[in-house]
Every structure is written in structure tokens, then in C-alpha cells.
Design a protein around this ligand. Structure first.
Ligand SMILES: [Zn+2]
Length: 281
């Protein structure tokens, strides 16, 4: 009897292992860094974009585009299988990236886009060092806090800390998680800014080594902060749309090396939780 129950348990464990593995193969993904740029036309028309999302298991996107017309189109498409979370891109043309933080016209752009009523954030915007101290940046941060909008910031650590100082209630998704900021420092920042800071992982260096295995530093970070990281494609140029399948194949490769519940949080759980409720509690 005892012998038989041991075997039953062994088979049950194998079955669970098998299903866990299968579940991870098709883990649902929320792409929190998507640009559907249109200058003047997008790389893929909408029907092809939908197919790209479908074959990559994408259940949601943070939609942005330059100009914002691409975001309007993704909202208007109303695909039932996809949650679209629109962010205001504070750029009209590519060159605005260099000057937006001192440009009152960009603040007007943010206000007029916001009036559409469906936006959940502002970004991705680019800001480095003390440029973040400008009055217009502070106005934008305050505007976001007053309306429960997230900020998606592509910035260095110095600018990140200035943004957080502008308004202690700011909620910032750190694009690329600082690219190369040492993992130990990323951990400190996440500790110091609970409920205010999340790391988005596109182009983030050091997550895997040359052997495609998770590095110890990042396995450790994900162990401690699996509720604070988000995935993104960053389709800032056409090549990223062309390589979309490869980008998510790589993510799935290292997600599969994590405990299933951590992988699920990073892949989509955190994004679904962040964008579920409007109000900061
Ligand atoms: Zn970026």
C-alpha cells in the first residue's frame, strides 16, 4: 500500500512538472514598452500587428507612438484579446526628444492628449542628469500625480532621483532599468522607492550570460523583486518590429529558468496589477 502511494505521488509530481513546463512555454506576456510610430506610416499595418501579438502570446500592451496617432489607432481597433494601456508620448517628431523638457508646447501637447480621457501614463520620455530639474519636467510630474498617471522614464540614475524628488507620489516605470546600473544598486533603489518604482527590462544588460543562462545577480534580483519588473519590446525602430519574435523568444528563454510564479509576475502579472486600478491606494 505504502509502495503504491509512493508511486502515485511520483507520477503526480511528474504530471505537475510537465504541466508547469508547458504553462511556461506559453506564458502570457504584457508588452509594457511598445511604440507604434508612424512617420509617416507604420512598419506593419494594424492587421499584421495583431498577428504579431497573437503569435507571441501578447495579452496586453502599453501603447505609445510618435505622433500619438498610432496609439489612437490601437485604442480604436478594440481587439477583444488585447488590453491596450495608452501612454501619452510627449513628442511630435523625433527631434523633440532633445528639447521637450524645456518646451512649453510639449506641456500643451500632454494636456490636449490627456483630454481624450483614456490615458494611463506619460512616456516613454528621455531625460538625463540635471535636465530633469526643469520647471516643465516638474509640471509634467505634478500633472501625472494629480491624475494618477504613470511616468515611463528613459533616464539615468541622477534624473530618476530628481523625478522622484519633484513629487514624492510620482510612480515611475524605469525604461530599460537603467541599462547598466549595477544590479545591487537597482535593488537598493527598488527598496527605497516602494510603490513608486518599477523596472522595465528591454535592452537591460546582464540578465543572461553568454550561455543564455540567468546570471546569479539577476536571479537574485528576480527572487527578491519579482513583483517590480516588467517586460517590453521597445519597438522604437522598424528593426525591432522585424525582430519582435526573437525578442520574446529570448525573454521566454530566461523566464523558463525562474520559478513559475516569478516568471508569471514579470511576464504579465505585474502589468495587469499595475494597470487594473486607477487610484493610488
Ligand atoms: Zn528607451
Amino acid at each position: 500500500m505504502r509502495f503504491r502511494s509512493v508511486w502515485t505521488m511520483a507520477f503526480a509530481a511528474m504530471a505537475i512538472g510537465c504541466c508547469e513546463a508547458r504553462a511556461q512555454e506559453r506564458i502570457e506576456i504584457f508588452d509594457t514598452h511598445l511604440h507604434y510610430n508612424q512617420e509617416p506610416s507604420p512598419f506593419y499595418p494594424l492587421d499584421q500587428v495583431r498577428e504579431v501579438f497573437r503569435r507571441n502570446g501578447i495579452v496586453g500592451i502599453v501603447a505609445t507612438s510618435r505622433p500619438n496617432k498610432g496609439t489612437h489607432e490601437l485604442i480604436d481597433a478594440r481587439w477583444p484579446e488585447l488590453k491596450v494601456v495608452p501612454f501619452i508620448r510627449p513628442y511630435r517628431v523625433r527631434n523633440d526628444m532633445q528639447t521637450w523638457f524645456n518646451d512649453p508646447a510639449i506641456f500643451e501637447l500632454i494636456k490636449s492628449e490627456y483630454a481624450r480621457g483614456y490615458y494611463r501614463g506619460i512616456g516613454e520620455f528621455h531625460i538625463y542628469g540635471k535636465a530633469a530639474e526643469s520647471d516643465w519636467v516638474k509640471k509634467m510630474v505634478d500633472f501625472a500625480v494629480e491624475r494618477n498617471l504613470y511616468l515611463h522614464a528613459h533616464c539615468d540614475e541622477e534624473a530618476l532621483l530628481i523625478l522622484l524628488r519633484h513629487n514624492p507620489k510620482a510612480r515611475i516605470i524605469w525604461a530599460h532599468t537603467g541599462f547598466s546600473v549595477p544590479p545591487a544598486r537597482v535593488g537598493e533603489l527598488l527598496d527605497q522607492h516602494k510603490d513608486a518604482l518599477w523596472g522595465e527590462l528591454s535592452y537591460r544588460g546582464g540578465i543572461t550570460g553568454g550561455d543564455s543562462k540567468l546570471t546569479d545577480d539577476w536571479r537574485d534580483l528576480f527572487n527578491r523583486y519579482s513583483d517590480r519588473f516588467l517586460l517590453g519590446s521597445d519597438t522604437w525602430i522598424n528593426e525591432r518590429w522585424f525582430g519582435y519574435d526573437t525578442i520574446f523568444k529570448e525573454y521566454r528563454g530566461w523566464l523558463a529558468q525562474l520559478p513559475a510564479e516569478q516568471a508569471r509576475r514579470i511576464a504579465s502579472g505585474n502589468a495587469l496589477r499595475l494597470f487594473e486600478t486607477r487610484a493610488r491606494d
